[in-house]
Design a protein around this ligand. Structure first.
Ligand SMILES: [Zn+2]
Length: 299
């Protein structure tokens, strides 16, 4: 593995108020309801819930030091603000182990920009996870571009959910075209983009020498990787974009090996990587620790 502090770049921790009163909030935000619906037959969504203490305890157990809390693509403004307040309180209480990415829906227009400004002043480390499919925009949308400009202004990296254009269907699968993203990266050269879920396959196209230059500010994470790809994909993406571009991210508390375990934890994925990804010691140091800490100026 690595002897350096492991940072998970992609976890989702929701206010208990929301998941304890799931019916009420799922009705208020139906996309959220669809994505996190409890399966009646024990199959279906792999969503699970963890509060801050539970997440940190699970991290301790697996030897993970820090967690980057990703927000959510809310369609309800009140839930967006409630979630951001919850995360801000958490990273203020655990400044050494938690960083927060603000929930932002660019379609809220000027209210989204005001929320970015508010979250910058609260000490958020970034913005995301943005979910274009869930909020009904694409990567050419003027509201999305205005949010990117605002994020660049506040020097906040943006994590974007990238759905894979090829593969099996599942609820909430985001088919938003990824093709404008290199243009977005080029248009905002000071903006750091973290393309979640291995950028939906974008690393392959990043090998196009014409695109390479515009993707200098783009990173990728491995959120939900075991649900989507073979563990060999990690080494493959490193070969395509360079080890300094890939961040370890899990999508905790999502159940990544649902047929093996219904318990949320970090260790199954970590062990799978350690045993089967074939990373060198130097690659492990960078992927699990150095890349994230460098990007966010952490110890
Ligand atoms: Zn995602």
């Amino acid at each position: 593995m690595t002897t350096k502090p492991i940072w998970d770049a992609h976890v989702h921790l929701f206010p208990e108020e929301i998941y304890r009163n799931w019916d009420k909030y799922a009705a208020r935000d139906t996309w959220f309801g669809m994505l996190t619906k409890k399966p009646e037959d024990g199959k279906g969504t792999e969503e699970a819930w963890a509060n801050i203490d539970e997440a940190l305890a699970a991290a301790d157990k697996a030897g993970v030091w820090g967690l980057a809390m990703q927000g959510w693509y809310w369609n309800d403004e009140g839930m967006m603000i409630m979630h951001n307040d919850y995360m801000a309180d958490a990273f203020h209480r655990h400044p050494d182990r938690l960083v927060g990415f603000a929930s932002i829906n660019p379609k809220f227009g000027s209210k989204a920009l005001a929320e970015i400004e508010r979250c910058a002043s609260l000490g958020f480390a970034g913005i995301g996870e943005l979910g274009p499919g869930g909020n009904g925009y694409d990567f050419n949308d003027p509201d999305f571009l205005a949010a990117m400009e605002c994020a660049q202004h506040y020097k906040l990296p943006v994590c974007i959910h990238c759905g894979e254009p090829v593969g099996h269907p599942y609820p909430g699968r985001d088919m938003t075209s990824l093709s404008p993203l290199p243009g977005v990266a080029k248009r905002f050269p000071q903006l750091t983009l973290i393309l979640a879920h291995m950028g939906g396959g974008l690393p392959f196209y990043a090998m196009n020498p014409r695109l390479q230059k515009s993707l200098g500010n783009v990173y990728y994470d491995t959120a939900a990787n075991p649900l989507l790809y073979s563990i060999r994909s990690i080494k493959a993406v490193i070969a395509m974009v360079g080890v300094e571009r890939l961040l370890f991210g899990s999508d905790f508390p999502l159940l990544l090996y649902p047929s093996r375990s219904r318990e949320m934890d970090f260790s199954l994925f970590l062990t799978d990587i350690q045993d089967h990804a074939g990373l060198s010691a130097e690659e492990s140091d960078r992927f699990f620790s150095d890349n994230f800490r460098t990007l966010f100026h952490l110890q």
